[in-house]
Design a protein around this ligand. Structure first.
Ligand code: FES
Length: 120
C-alpha cells in the first residue's frame, strides 16, 4: 500500500487550494486530487490564527473523516470529528477520544499567502 506521502496524486508545493475568505472561521474544507488511479484527499481547518492541513484519513481505520463535504468539525467548531466511529480530535490533530485516542492525523503542509491557502 502506498502511504499518503508517496501518493502520486498528492499535489506538489505551491498549489493554490482556496481563498482564505472561502474558509469559515471556525471552518474546514476538503480537497481531492486525482492522478490516474490514485486519489489524494486532504482538508484544511481554520480557527482564529490557526490554519492546519491534514490528510483526510482517520488513524483508526483510514476512512475519510467527513460524512458530508467539508463537515469535519463539531458543531461548536472546537474539534474535528470522524464520522466513521466517532473519534474526536483537537484542532492540532491529536485524537482525544474514540478508538484511536492518542493517535494523530497526518499533517498536510499548507500555508497562507496573498490571501489564499496553498500547499507547502
Ligand atoms: S475510521 Fe475514524 S473513528 Fe473509525
Amino acid at each position: 500500500m502506498t502511504g499518503a506521502s508517496d501518493n502520486p496524486a498528492r499535489p506538489p508545493a505551491g498549489e493554490r487550494l482556496c481563498g482564505l475568505d472561502e474558509l469559515a472561521d471556525p471552518g474546514a474544507k476538503g480537497f481531492r486530487f486525482r492522478a490516474e488511479r490514485w486519489l489524494f484527499a486532504g482538508f484544511v481547518v481554520r480557527s482564529g490564527e490557526l490554519l492546519r492541513g491534514y490528510v483526510d484519513s482517520c488513524p483508526h481505520a483510514a476512512w475519510p473523516l467527513a460524512p458530508v463535504d467539508d463537515r469535519y468539525l463539531t458543531r461548536t467548531g472546537e474539534h474535528i470529528l470522524c464520522a466513521g466511529h466517532g473519534a474526536l480530535f483537537r484542532l492540532d490533530g491529536t485524537c482525544i477520544a474514540g478508538p484511536c485516542a492518542g493517535d494523530r492525523l497526518s499533517d498536510w503542509q499548507v500555508v497562507v499567502r496573498d490571501g489564499a491557502v496553498w500547499t507547502a
